[in-house]
Design a protein around this ligand. Sequence first.
Ligand code: HEC
Length: 209
Amino acid sequence: MTRMKLKNILLVATVAVLAACAGGDNPGREYAPNMYHSVAYEPLSQITDEQAGAWVNSLDNGRGEYFNSNKYNPHRMNMREPAPHTVKRNANGWLPYRSKNVPKDSIDILVKGMTSPLADDPKYVAEGKAMYEVYCKHCHGAKGTGDGKVADKYAGVANLKGDSYLAMSEPHIFHVITYGAGLMGAHGSQVSPEDRWKIARYVKELQKQ
Ligand code: HEC
């Protein structure tokens, strides 16, 4: 490459950089605007203004870049909304846990007759143990006796091997993890329903040890 050519390239690049820096409220020039302005397809949006985003337009149909409504769907949404009264299920096909939060002494009445959806498989005990160690051990202790690190500082952590807890069912424990109980806070938002059932299975095992 000759010196001259290199100089020209440098000149063009400098001009381009300077042109991009505009003062005040002027945003300056943008090169390859599609790189800065995402054209993600929003499933539940309906931008009906055909000019929206015309300034970054790279589409051939003459509409703005952000125009994304679908005239065949209700409300011109991109995606159809679920049918009325649709109930979501998770990846395992499970329905959401819909029991209400109740005071501690009513949990047993609430969960009466309920059973764990998990099959009788030792792998769930092992998986529950791993989760227990993440979410419960620091309070309830490795053995469930209420002597975790947090319990050193704060009184009142339940000894899950205490007589009054031995008869607790898996659904009772599931409910407590979901909503908390008394002094214990809820863990429903951190722990998936599957993992809550696994932890409950493990706590029952722990109580036998
Ligand atoms: C921040 C500390 C803390 C963490 C973390 C914690 N707990 Fe608790 N837990 C408590 C305390 C305190 C109580 C006693 C609540 C009361 O009786 O007021 C308790 C009570 C319980 C009870 C008895 C509830 C009842 O019906 O009386 C169960 C079961 C239980 N915890 C299970 C768990 C499980 C399983 C985990 C892990 C997912 C967990 N806890 C995490 C502090 C904690």
